[in-house]
Ligand binder design. Structure first.
Ligand code: CMP
Length: 140
């Protein structure tokens, strides 16, 4: 299997509860390597642009409000099959449907405040990583 990179965001509900380390432990236990990491406060513009694909969805404005409600931790994860592997580690978007042991099952508060984001395809991973990180900030 190929070595891939994926963009992860530890969301404001998780940073508020001091869960960055607990989430990073699950990431590392799964064999993924955190090759870039930065804590940030997203602006409304940044959140709207990042989630532009969802702009027609009824939850869009609420999602942007939530993602700007506190600090996030932006990460690049690297490993074999990293995109699918991280989606497994996160669990289903809706925490009530997430498998035992996943980030969202353990920590998510709701379908919106679901503790973590991960890219859903190789193409989107490349776009999302480039949106937040310069090449020189990623050290594999
Ligand atoms: P994420 O994987 O970051 O992608 C889009 C986000 O929208 C999702 O996680 C949730 O935080 C949020 N969201 C809120 N409501 C919904 C919904 N009904 N379906 C999917 N995503 C939702």
């Amino acid at each position: 299997m190929a070595i891939q990179r994926t963009l992860s965001i530890i969301k404001p509900d998780a940073t508020r509860r001091n869960l960055t380390g607990a989430i990073n432990a699950l990431i590392e236990e799964a064999g993924l390597r955190i090759v870039a990491q930065r804590r940030a406060q997203l602006s409304q513009k940044e959140a709207e642009t990042f989630y532009a694909v969802h702009k027609e969805r009824p939850f869009f404005q609420s999602l942007v409000g939530f993602m700007t409600s506190g600090p996030v931790v932006l990460q690049v994860l690297e490993g074999e099959d990293a995109i699918a592997k991280y989606r497994e580690v996160m669990g289903a978007t809706d925490p009530s449907k997430a498998a035992e042991g996943t980030i969202r099952k353990q920590f998510a508060e709701s379908i919106e405040a679901n503790s973590a984001h991960g890219s859903d395809s190789e193409e989107n991973a490349a776009v999302e990583i480039a949106y937040f990180f310069r090449g020189s900030e990623i050290v594999g």
